[in-house]
Design a binder for this molecule. Structure first.
Ligand code: DGJ
Length: 729
């Protein structure tokens, strides 16, 4: 899986279908040689460097008259000859900023170690996983940089991270990318990223790579609504089913940067890591820095093939815990049903109907604690409001449990309200702040300073006490503002630019402690909807509330974009009322259900106000979910109609064992005299026979994939579901 040839000094990392190759050149610099479809192991490093372009830039000693400014570099730095974007930047004690990293050795071992304090991929007994650690040294300043690569052979995934040890005088890291890869002929590629804002997260965007640098990044303390920490580079003509695609994601919930620089010789330097904007990390002698982990996926099977690789590694080797492999709860959340205006009676009435239609769990959202009747007050005071819940959380949980349902609760532990809040009165300095500057509010609240140990301990203690006080089996962990005036009283001036990084380390410690202390509680993360939908949060909590926009049509776009790197098993998706609260649109209940069904399904409306007919439909949807949840959550997804570029959306799922296939299709905007349209499924066995439950007809896999199912659509927002069972012979 990982080989090193002592003579040629070439490292080759092989997954099932891909190879990643780099080598140590005569100058002791690491040259990147190849990332793509699987290669046999080759003999000479020079064989990979087919063209040696001479350049105007200075020439490196020992590089045979050519320049590292045009070579493909494995972990580039700035200050010598390579004039492109460096993967790492630092300033030494003498003010110089020219690290010259040279090869100093390597280690290969089976399996993979944990990244201290950070979420990361992991392996389990029996997995074919190997790790390579390459040591690079800047000798004059004794800065040791360890590049770590883990190969998940069967997953077709390679992960990378960087560990830095300062054995010399004090130095400041200004930027540390987790991965940087130089790819030839970048002009053939597009740059694809997933963007949006509150209520319309992760819409795909695709533009040709141009000469210069293009990137997406977040600067406000969270992975964010605006972009997600994932970028990919498909060939111009790559589609869902065909074409080369390079992709990178970062297991990190804070600010990130991801993008590419196409140089003037058509080499594209793709990179991903913690955003260097506003970042700085001082290393005293003996101190270390660990970067978050990047995940790298290459495929020739188009964007669909790429997504299926991401879905599997996220589901199986990033998500953890008891809920990773089991079907989770179909739930009812009271937020859009009551907002802050709930009573035990209202909740009980909702719970009665929830039980009737087969739901598993009721979630009490915002407003149950401190003084909290709107979003201006109370955050931080994590004790129950007895005016609203006279019998406490325990009493309410019992009420719900009596009906045979489970009870879940909302928290927003990283925040503090400056108004009507005991925590703020006692510890105003616990908010992120810069002395002498006015603190800006976001949703009327302040962000707690999680770079402080005492603040993190408080959160662990406060949340634990509540979870111990009642039978709470689900937690919605919300976070509703971005950071501003980022400063901490606990750090000296030269370390203030570490606050955001240390905040994430603090948050991860809190999440690790709570999720391991309460392994039977299902945690779902949320950040004003999908403002922190990322691989880091999924390591602690296997699902995320995808968006506050619950409109069925808007959700088609959001979930479509989200599905490029995140599996449906990670997307919270609920049916809400019409007219929709975010956009005012009316869509049929069936369609709202069919949009939410593939995600982590639930309702977010007042069930007690539904008609009998609506409740019957809701019950039917819950029944389908209970049967087909495993197909959506562990099966393979094939995107068919792209809602961003057509009037339709459609997709099919194939169960893990291939025996069940579900086709879902939706009309977004119909037309009169509509054209003939067929939905051609993907991923089936062409030879097999499939029976369609809806019409009782038999189809061969080849027919379904090549002819497809005719679509006689008429109205906007219509939707259809077809379930096919594969016949056993
Ligand atoms: C934002 C979340 O995204 C909503 O679902 C809801 O929980 C509110 N916060 C509560 O304040």
């Amino acid at each position: 899986m990982i080989s090193f040839d002592e003579n040629t000094r070439i490292f080759q990392l092989d997954t099932k279908n891909t190879s990643y190759v780099f080598g140590v050149y005569k100058s002791e610099q690491l040259l990147h040689l190849y990332w793509g479809a699987k290669l046999p192991i080759m003999a000479e490093l020079e064989q990979y460097i087919l063209v040696q372009t001479k350049a105007l830039s200075p020439q490196d000693i020992g590089m045979g008259g050519w320049s590292t400014n045009v070579a493909r570099m494995e972990y580039p730095t700035h200050g010598s000859v390579d004039l492109r974007n460096p993967a790492m930047e630092c300033t030494f004690d003498d003010g110089s900023a020219c690290p010259q990293l040279r090869y100093a050795g390597y280690k290969i071992f089976d399996g993979k170690q944990k990244l201290k304090g950070l979420p990361a991929t992991y392996c389990e007994e029996g997995d074919k996983v190997q790790t390579l650690e390459v040591e690079l040294v800047d000798a004059p300043k004794e800065l040791h940089v360890f590049l770590s690569y883990s190969v998940f052979e069967d997953y077709d995934v390679i992960t990378r991270s960087v560990h830095i040890e300062n054995r010399g005088p004090k130095c400041k890291l200004n930027s540390v990318m987790s991965a940087s890869v130089d790819i030839p002929e970048g002009c053939d590629l597009d740059f694809m990223h997933f963007d949006g804002t509150w209520g319309r997260e992760r819409h795909p965007a695709r533009t040709p790579v141009f000469c210069g640098t293009q990137y997406v990044d977040m600067k406000n303390g969270a992975s964010g609504h605006y972009h997600t920490p994932f970028v990919c580079f498909p060939q111009h003509n790559a589609d869902e089913q065909r074409g080369r695609v390079y992709s990178m994601g970062l297991i990190w919930s804070g600010e990130f940067i991801g993008g590419a620089q196409l140089d003037n010789y058509d080499t594209m330097r793709a990179f991903i890591g913690v955003n260097k904007f506003g970042f700085g990390y001082t290393l005293e002698t003996g101190e270390t820095f660990q970067s978050p982990e990047a995940v790298l996926v290459y495929t020739e099977n188009g964007l669909g093939g790429m997504s299926r690789i991401w879905h599997k590694i996220v589901r199986e080797r990033i998500c953890r815990g008891k809920f990773r492999d089991i079907e989770r709860y179909a739930l009812i959340n009271n937020w859009e049903a009551t907002y802050f205006d709930f009573t035990v009676e209202k909740l009980s009435a909702i719970a009665d109907k929830a039980k009737d239609i087969g739901l598993d769990l009721l979630v009490l959202d915002d407003g149950w604690f401190g003084i909290r009747n709107d979003d201006h007050t109370g955050l931080g005071d994590w004790f129950v409001n007895r005016d609203k819940l006279p019998e406490g959380l325990d009493g309410l949980a019992n009420e719900i449990n009596k009906r045979g349902m489970k009870f879940g609760l909302w928290f927003e532990p990283e925040m503090m309200s400056p108004k009507d809040c005991q925590l703020f009165e006692k510890h105003p300095d616990w908010a992120l702040h810069i002395n002498g500057r006015q603190n800006s509010l976001g949703r009327n609240q302040l962000t707690l300073d999680l770079s402080r140990e005492d603040v993190c301990d408080y959160i662990i203690d406060a949340v634990s006490k509540i979870l111990e006080s009642a039978n709470i089996e689900y937690v919605k962990w919300d976070m509703n503002r971005y950071m501003s005036e980022v400063g901490s009283d606990k750090l000296p001036p030269e370390r203030q630019c570490e606050v955001k990084f240390r905040y994430m380390l603090g948050l991860y410690r809190v999440l690790e402690t709570l999720t391991s202390s309460f392994p039977d509680v299902l945690f779902e993360s949320c950040a004003s909807g999908g403002g922190r939908f990322d691989f880091g949060m999924l390591y602690y909590m296997p699902q995320t509330w995808s968006s506050d926009d619950t409109d069925a049509v808007e959700r088609l776009y959001i979930q479509h974009g989200t599905s490029f790197c995140y599996p449906y098993s990670s997307m919270g998706a609920h049916v809400s009322v019409c007219p929709n609260h975010q956009v005012g649109r009316n869509t049929p209940l069936k369609t709202r259900g069919y949009v939410a069904l593939p995600g982590q399904f639930g309702f977010e409306l007042d069930l007690a106000k539904m008609t009998d007919e609506e409740l019957a439909e809701a019950k039917r949807l819950v029944g389908i979910y209970k049967e087909l949840g495993e197909v959506f959550h562990r099966g393979d997804l094939y995107r068919i109609d792209d809602p961003m570029n057509s009037r339709f959306a459609s997709m099919n799922f194939v169960s893990e064992d291939g025996k069940k296939v579900v086709l879902l299709r939706y009309v977004i905007a119909t037309q009169p005299s509509c054209k003939f349209k067929y939905t051609r499924l993907q991923g089936l066995d062409p030879e097999a026979v499939y029976v369609c439950r809806e019409n009782g007809k038999r189809y061969s896999g080849a027919m379904l994939m090549n002819i497809g199912i005719a679509w006689n659509y008429r109205h906007d927002y219509e939707s259809e579901m077809f379930i096919f069972d594969k016949l056993d012979y």
